[in-house]
Design a protein around this ligand. Structure first.
Ligand SMILES: *Cc1c(COP(=O)(O)O)cnc(C)c1O
Length: 369
């Protein structure tokens, strides 16, 4: 039995008629490029805003752009510092560098692998302007504590929700806590387009207007360029696909949770450290990440048995060549350093069958090491 890491084909098969007709409509209307006159884009923005119960959704070209646009809209610039977790996808810190500011990394918790909020205080300086909590793997960060810290030090909070569509903390959805938030609709995300796409969410009218302007060449309306902006728009085809898929997101997340619970029950807890759901969080299991001391052997063993896996992420951000200039050593982020030697992401997608899950459990529990 072969088990892929994700199976976007299986999802497409179940939605083929709806998706094909959504794409055909966009082509028939030649509504290709995003903007306020694209009815597919504005429709999806409205639907996603209702889903999250938030005032503004501003679509853009991808999740990385959405963070960068938000930092600019909040006035973060050269000389500023922005707090980010040591373990996340590089977009989070890359966007900080792109606006000329400095990413300041914080180590992660040894159980949830989310940013350790207790270690933020010691990283705050007079230059600290913002904090970007990341709901890593679909597990929600304690946003109430983050907002308290932000208030105390007068910081802007930008949530990175790229892996956490519909995750919530204390019953409130992520993407609606911070001053603003970023989402990615990369194809493999819980809600994914058929190419790159992303969006910004906020309840703040000024931030929304600024982001909209930045993402569309600094225009307020056509040919009225108020500032130098950029081209970061969501294509009509992606918006139409996302409108179809949004209706299924909740059920998909329920299935992801069922699969995660099934694996939690079946996997040998003496052999593997299983995922820990943050207290008061609703996890959406974008990724199902376990830990084992012999991770590299485990990965090879699973590959030989036809089970595809991945590592999110093999190197914590401070130790990448891109951040060599910051001069960090592994002692600065001991948890992030040690867990990156142990973590492995197992196949996780809504369409996983019971046979596939049982096979994963049997094969994994036979691993000797
Ligand atoms: C995927 C991802 C992003 C960025 O998404 P793109 O749409 O690929 O630019 C940002 N942050 C995290 C944590 C992600 O996983």
């Amino acid at each position: 039995m072969k088990i892929p890491f994700v199976d976007l084909k299986a999802q497409y098969q179940t939605l083929k008629t709806e998706i094909d007709s959504a794409i055909a409509n966009v082509i028939a209307d030649t509504a290709f490029i995003g903007g306020s006159s694209n009815k597919y884009v504005t429709k999806f923005e409205k639907e996603f805003a209702e889903f999250l119960n938030i005032k503004h959704v501003i679509s853009c070209a991808n999740g990385t752009d959405s963070i960068e646009i938000l930092l600019e809209a909040h006035g973060i610039k050269s000389g500023d510092e922005v707090i980010v977790p040591a373990l996340t996808w590089i977009s989070t810190s890359e966007a900080v560098g792109r606006v000329g500011a400095k990413p300041v990394f914080v180590d992660v918790c040894s159980d949830t692998l989310l940013m350790d909020l207790q270690k933020i205080g010691e990283k705050i300086t007079s230059r600290t302007k913002a904090i970007i909590p990341v709901h890593l793997y679909g597990n929600a960060v304690d946003m109430e504590t983050v907002m308290q810290i932000a208030e105390k030090y007068n910081l802007v909070v930008i949530e990175d929700c790229a892996q956490a569509h519909e995750a919530s903390f204390n019953g409130k959805m992520v993407g609606s806590y911070g001053h603003s938030s970023s989402f990615s609709f990369y194809p493999g995300k819980n809600l994914g387009a058929y190419g790159d796409a992303g969006c910004i969410t906020t309840n703040n009218d000024q931030v929304a207007a600024k982001c909209k302007m930045i993402a569309n060449h600094g225009q307020l309306e056509k040919h009225n360029h108020v500032i130098e902006g950029r081209n970061s728009r969501m294509d009509g085809i992606h918006a139409a696909i996302l409108s179809v898929k949004l209706k299924y997101l909740h059920n998909w997340n329920v299935m992801r949770n069922e699969h995660a619970n099934y694996l939690n029950e079946g996997l040998d807890k003496k052999k593997f450290i299983l995922p820990v759901v943050n207290k008061n969080a609703k996890h959406v299991f974008h990724l199902y990440v376990i830990r084992n001391r012999s991770r590299d052997q485990l990965k090879k063993y699973l590959y030989d048995q036809g089970i595809e896996t991945a590592i999110h992420y093999p190197t914590a951000l401070p130790f990448l060549q891109a951040y060599e200039k910051l001069g960090h050593t592994t002692k600065d982020f001991p948890i992030a350093f040690s867990v990156t030697q142990q973590i492995i992401s197992l196949p996780m997608f809504p369409e996983l069958t019971k046979e596939q899950l049982d096979h994963m459990i049997t094969v994994l529990n036979k691993f000797e090491n």
